[in-house]
Structure formats: structure tokens, C-alpha cells
Write a protein that binds this ligand. Structure first.
Ligand code: TXA
Ligand code: MG
Length: 350
């Protein structure tokens, strides 16, 4: 456990200096949170078991939930992965740097703690200049899960990281709000037919153009216990604010009507209601606290807003959070609905 977490606010004028300071911490086996294009990650030297242990301790992460290894150049692949199939290289050419994580056969240089004891390793090249410079300067691949306390919504700003992990990590680089807002798509390419283990920043439709057939290897349910889980992260409760979440899914008008009915019934019980709501639904209802998910038909908006919205409501002392699930379930919208369903205590389909 550390005592003081350094906060490095990075901009063009101090870029090289901050990267060098943060990289020094990583080289000494410390932990540094940094922005990626998807969410903030909590980085440590992926090849140093003692450093990686600090990530698990800071997050309170179960030991069998493996970490994604972040690289800045394809040259690093040879060191950590083996038997890489041709389709993996095609996907890297198409999507790296970017929000696609590939599960590959691992080499033994990657310690068990990083992969949760699996014989595979998840690898991605983030599309963010701070992340890429940091990995390069650290001179080693970085293991980096989302920089939140395990089970909480992923952090999309440095403030979110600080609120969860201050005093538990060595430093955070504040590079402003992220662009995508939901995590990378995780694709296992170790079997003949690739499997999507987590929907994310790169959409299923686009991946299918490259791989043809894919197996859907994830569930939208917050599964508590299961024997067969291909991606160990799937079995844990996820993205949950402290407050109870009710998700209302369906066609726009029906969702608005249902939300209005719910607000009335909660208000009658003197409950303070928080709403995460699309701009269109917001024209029909209002509640004690409102947070915009953006435009209903532009799922990129909801992707950028959803984790911040869940965290905002936790700070607002509401008794219940109602989430407008009329967001278009297309492209990154598939990942948005997946995260919302996992965060929800109750799903109402109208
Ligand atoms: O966008 C992202 O992927 C962010 C940023 C920081 O890069 N990272 C992230 O990491 O979301 P994390 O640890 O929160 O999620 C990693 C997911 C988990 O569901 C984990 O189970 C899965 O990837 N995973 C990691 N290694 C795996 C492996 N070898 N096989 C199957 N699943 C794996
Ligand atoms: Mg995570």
C-alpha cells in the first residue's frame, strides 16, 4: 500500500518530462494509471510478477481474472505470444492501435499472475499518444486493467481513478477525458472459430467482415458463479455503482412511458430518483437528478457518458438510478447495452 499518489497533469509542454517520470516508476516496479482511448488503465510491468501483484492489490481484483498486456509496437509480440494465426495479423493491421484485444497463446516469459494462470495472453495496442509513449519509455509491455476498484464502473477521467485508487497506486497521468468510454473488444483467436469474449470499442459487425464466423462467448448477465467461463472476467459483478440500478429497454416511446411511471411510483415512496437518459427521452420526463447519455441513435455518445453518469449518480445521494436503455443497440451500442445490463440490478423490457 502506498501513501501518496502522484498526479501528473500532462500537456504538450511537459509531455516528455511526465512520460519519463512515470516510466521511471514503472521500471522500478511501481504502478501508474494512464489514459487510453477506451478507459483509464492501471499499468505495471507485465513481465514482473511483483509489480503485477500491486495491480491486483490496489484494485481488490480476484487473482483468476487475467490482465490485458499493452504493447506499443508489434515487435514486442514475439516476446510474449506464440503460434499467432494469420487472421490475428490481419486484425492487427486493421485495428491497431485501437480498441481490439486479441487473446493469443502465451510464452512463458509472461508470468502466471498476469494471465491468471491461463496458457493464453490478451494483448492490445492502445490508440492514445500518452499510453504509447509510456509503454515505449518503460521499455516493457504493460499489464493494465481498467483503473477502477474491482466491480466499480470503469474510469473515463483521472478524477475517477483518484476517487477509487488514491493512496493505493504510485501515480496517475491525467490526460483528460477518454474518447471511446467503453473498454476494448476482446477476441480469442486461439481456436479455429474466433470467439468474442467481450463486446467493446470495435463492433461485432466490423470484426465479422474480417473473420467471417464468430462465436459469441460472452453473456450480458452479471453471472455470479459458473464452472465454464472462457474469459474469467465474465463471472464477476461489474460496472456497479453503489446505488440500485433499474434499466428500461425497448422502443423509445415505450421506454419514456415506463420511466415516467417508475418515477411516479418511486417518488410516491419518497425516494430520490436519478436518471441516466437519452436526449430524446429527456423531453418527456424529469427527475431529481438527470445525466445525459446523449443522442439515442448515436451510441458513441452513450459509450462516452455511461460510466461517468453512473459515478455521478453515486455522488448525488439518490435512492435509485433509472437508466434509459433505448440507446441504439448497434456498433458500439452493443457494448453499451452489455455494460448497462451488467450494472443493472433489475432489467425491465417494454
Ligand atoms: O479497453 C480496455 O481493454 C482497458 C484499457 C485499460 O486497455 N482494459 C481493460 O482491462 O478493460 P480489464 O482488466 O478491465 O478487462 C480485461 C478483460 C477481462 O474481462 C479479462 O477476463 C479478459 O479481458 N482477459 C484478459 N486476459 C484474458 C485471457 N488470457 N483469456 C481470456 N480473457 C482474458
Ligand atoms: Mg475492468
Amino acid at each position: 500500500m502506498n501513501n501518496k499518489t502522484l498526479v501528473f497533469k500532462i500537456d504538450e509542454s511537459n509531455f516528455a518530462d511526465i512520460i519519463s517520470k512515470a516510466a521511471r516508476i514503472l521500471k522500478q516496479g511501481g504502478t501508474v494509471a494512464f489514459p487510453t482511448e477506451t478507459v483509464y488503465g492501471l499499468g505495471a510491468n507485465a513481465l514482473d510478477p511483483d509489480a503485477v501483484l500491486k495491480i491486483f492489490e490496489a484494485k481488490g481484483r480476484p487473482a483468476d481474472n487475467p490482465l490485458i498486456v499493452h504493447i506499443a509496437s508489434k515487435d514486442s509480440l514475439d516476446m510474449i505470444a506464440t503460434d499467432i494465426p494469420p487472421i490475428a495479423f490481419e486484425l492487427m493491421d486493421a485495428f491497431w492501435p485501437g480498441p481490439l484485444t486479441l487473446v493469443l497463446k502465451r510464452k512463458s516469459v509472461v508470468p502466471d499472475i498476469t494471465t491468471g494462470g491461463l496458457d493464453t495472453v490478451a494483448v492490445r495496442m492502445p490508440d492514445n499518444p500518452v499510453a504509447l509513449a509510456l509503454i515505449k519509455e518503460a521499455g516493457t509491455p504493460l499489464a493494465a486493467p481498467s483503473a477502477n476498484t474491482s466491480g466499480r464502473p470503469s474510469p473515463t477521467t483521472a478524477e475517477h481513478v483518484i476517487s477509487d485508487l488514491s493512496g493505493r497506486i504510485d501515480a496517475v497521468i491525467d490526460g483528460g477525458a477518454v474518447e471511446v468510454g467503453v473498454e476494448s473488444t476482446v477476441l480469442d483467436v486461439t481456436s479455429d472459430i474466433p470467439a468474442i469474449l467481450r463486446p467493446g470499442g470495435v463492433s461485432l459487425e466490423v470484426i465479422k467482415k474480417y473473420v467471417g464466423e464468430v462465436v459469441i462467448g460472452y453473456t450480458d448477465q452479471a453471472v455470479e458463479e459458473s464452472d465454464v467461463v472462457r474469459s474469467p472476467g465474465m463471472k464477476y459483478t461489474h460496472y456497479s455503482p453503489k446505488t440500485r440500478v433499474v434499466l428500461v429497454e425497448g422502443d423509445g416511446m415505450a421506454v419514456a412511458a415506463k420511466i415516467s411511471e417508475l418515477i411516479d411510483s418511486y417518488s410516491e415512496k419518497n425516494m430520490r430518483v436519478g436518471l441516466l437518459i437519452t436526449d430524446e427521452t429527456a423531453k418527456h420526463v424529469s427527475a431529481d437528478e438527470m445525466y445525459s447519455l446523449g443522442r439515442r441513435n448515436v451510441p458513441e455518445d452513450a459509450a462516452r457518458n455511461l460510466f461517468a453518469g453512473l459515478r455521478y449518480m453515486d455522488g448525488m445521494d439518490v435512492d435509485i438510478i433509472i437508466v434509459d436503455g433505448s440507446v441504439k443497440c448497434d456498433g458500439v451500442g452493443v457494448a453499451v447495452l452489455n455494460r448497462l445490463r451488467k450494472a443493472a440490478n433489475k432489467l425491465i423490457e417494454v
